[in-house]
Design a protein around this ligand. Structure first.
Ligand code: C2E
Ligand code: MG
Ligand code: MG
Ligand code: MG
Length: 281
């Protein structure tokens, strides 16, 4: 009997695996097509000055609405794109789209704020990355100081190469942020060496700051350390007024999260700009 059920479990398991890998293959092909056929789009989430409530930047987040499966989260398709190398052309498209959109907002006389764009390690390590960023900025006509590249701690896997590339990027005049700070690399010593401007405290730390004292201490410590090292500190995933208060009391200046605004379509954000309502609290 045990043998029987073991076999069933095994069959169930392989069926499950097959299902997963066929969805993966389907998504892989689908993603390639989506990129070719211009079916990806960007949403934009405001970054807010915690004292004044003013929008002082926006982060571009890629979206894919699949013809059959509907909305697919970037948390699912970005890793896939990284695995297949498709992240390089996809990332180029995102960068160009985000920069042109911000340039157009600048030209229309809306607030002159920066655009933050997520960049995968795989993109950074592509030999043409720096040139490609430089070319994009030039083509689009966006001043480099209005571009912020968000990278994760995984760039530390290859610290020498990453440092070199980040230095070249900074020479172009743009800004660099460490995204999901605190979730990746265990050693903090890299922070002293890397040419970065901002650290973004990961949502998982912000989630429990009110109810778990240890979590609060952790966030407070990250903020202090960031400030002392000369970085701007941005808190991600803020959902409640209590979190805002805690962060403000502990000298965190900038925040992002559903409490202020979900990521919005370009049109919706533009409406917000047009209404002159640059404050979201
Ligand atoms: P991320 O860069 O850390 O972006 C923050 C994520 O948290 C976004 O999810 C955003 O919609 C979500 N978020 C923001 N505020 C809140 C909140 O208050 N509550 C909750 N529950 N969630 C919040 P999204 O858009 O699904 O993106 C997930 C991740 O996918 C991003 O994390 C980023 O790592 C990656 N990603 C998104 N767009 C791109 C892209 O264009 N290129 C690359 N390489 N990665 C991207
Ligand atoms: Mg990000
Ligand atoms: Mg993040
Ligand atoms: Mg993330």
């Amino acid at each position: 009997l045990a043998k029987e059920s073991g076999k069933n479990t095994f069959q169930f398991y392989t069926a499950h695996l097959q299902e997963r890998s066929s969805r993966k293959m389907e998504l892989e092909n689908g993603l390639r097509k989506a990129l070719e056929q211009n079916q990806l789009l960007l949403h934009y989430q405001p970054q807010v000055d915690l004292q004044s409530g003013e929008i002082i930047g926006v982060e571009a987040l890629v979206r894919w609405i699949h013809k059959e499966h509907g909305f697919i989260s970037p948390a699912e398709f970005i890793p896939l794109a990284e695995e297949t190398g498709l992240i390089v052309p996809l990332g180029k498209w995102v960068l160009k789209e985000a920069c042109s959109q911000m340039k157009s907002w600048h030209d229309q006389g809306f607030a002159k704020i920066p655009i933050a764009v997520n960049i995968s390690v795989r993109q950074i390590q592509d030999d043409h990355f720096v040139d490609s960023v430089k070319r994009t900025l030039k083509e689009v006509g966006l001043e480099p100081t209005y571009l912020e590249l968000e990278i994760t701690e995984s760039v530390m896997q290859n610290i020498e190469k990453s440092t070199l590339i980040l230095k070249q990027l900074k020479e172009l005049g743009l800004k660099v942020s460490i995204d999901d700070f605190g979730t990746g690399y265990s050693s903090l010593s890299y922070l002293k060496h890397l040419p970065i401007d901002n650290i973004k405290i990961d949502k998982s730390f912000v989630d429990d700051i009110i109810y778990h004292i240890n979590q609060g201490v952790m966030v407070k410590t990250i903020i202090d350390m960031g400030i002392n090292l000369g970085f701007n500190v941005i808190a991600e995933g803020i959902e409640t007024k209590e979190q805002v208060n805690f962060l403000k009391e502990n000298a965190c200046m900038v925040g992002q999260g559903y409490f202020f605004s979900r990521p919005l379509t370009a049109d919706k954000l533009e409406e917000l700009f047009k209404s002159g309502q640059m404050t979201v609290v």
